[in-house]
Design a protein around this ligand. Structure first.
Ligand SMILES: Cc1cc2nc3c(=O)[nH]c(=O)nc-3n(C[C@H](O)[C@H](O)[C@H](O)COP(=O)(O)O)c2cc1C
Length: 156
């Protein structure tokens, strides 16, 4: 299975970069072939067709999901490439989880109509380097992906 992590952050080597690497390692540990790519708002995302799973994540700055990822979802062909695709979402932010789920996660989800969101997670600052929490997120993605594959097998 091929997975790609699309992400954005203003920081080099910040919490998002660390999260992306940790998620990638955990997925690779499950036998997945994992790539990562930093998002650009104006780009061609046709290459997404070669991946079975697309994980998208970014930090929140000034109440908005980081601009290159959100911009890509709004302005480019990314949303249309994600139709009928297995996806998973994550955010890194300082707000309490209920607030983040209410205010920030929908900024991504409203541009993901038609994709299958297998898992979503808001990482609090302390969780961005907590391998146990990251492992639980990846376990959920993997378990939901297996269920989806099983459902797809039965539909054939
Ligand atoms: C300039 C700035 C603005 C931020 N604004 C918010 C915000 O509006 N809401 C929030 O929950 N967290 C906010 N945060 C916290 C970041 O989302 C959080 O620290 C995140 O882990 C940063 O990721 P990074 O290290 O990849 O940049 C902000 C952080 C910075 C530096």
């Amino acid at each position: 299975m091929k997975a790609i992590i699309l992400y954005d952050s203003r920081s080099e080597g910040g919490s998002t970069d660390r999260l992306v690497d940790a998620i990638g390692q955990k997925l690779a540990g499950k036998g997945m072939d994992v790539e990562k790519a930093r998002c650009r708002a104006q780009a061609d995302y046709s290459f997404i067709s070669e991946f079975d799973l697309v994980i998208m994540g970014a930090p929140v700055y000034y109440l908005m999901v980081s601009s290159q990822l959100l911009g890509a979802l709004i302005q480019s062909n990314l949303s249309s490439m994600l139709k009928n695709k297995n996806t998973a979402l994550f955010l890194a932010c300082g707000s309490p989880q209920p607030m983040a789920e209410l205010l920030y996660m929908p900024q991504m989800k409203m541009n993901l109509q038609g994709s299958r969101i297998l898992a979503e997670k808001v990482f609090a600052p302390a969780e961005t380097s907590d391998m146990e929490v990251i492992g639980e997120y990846v376990d959920t993605i993997y378990a939901e992906w297996l269920k989806e594959e099983e459902r797809r097998g039965k539909r054939k």
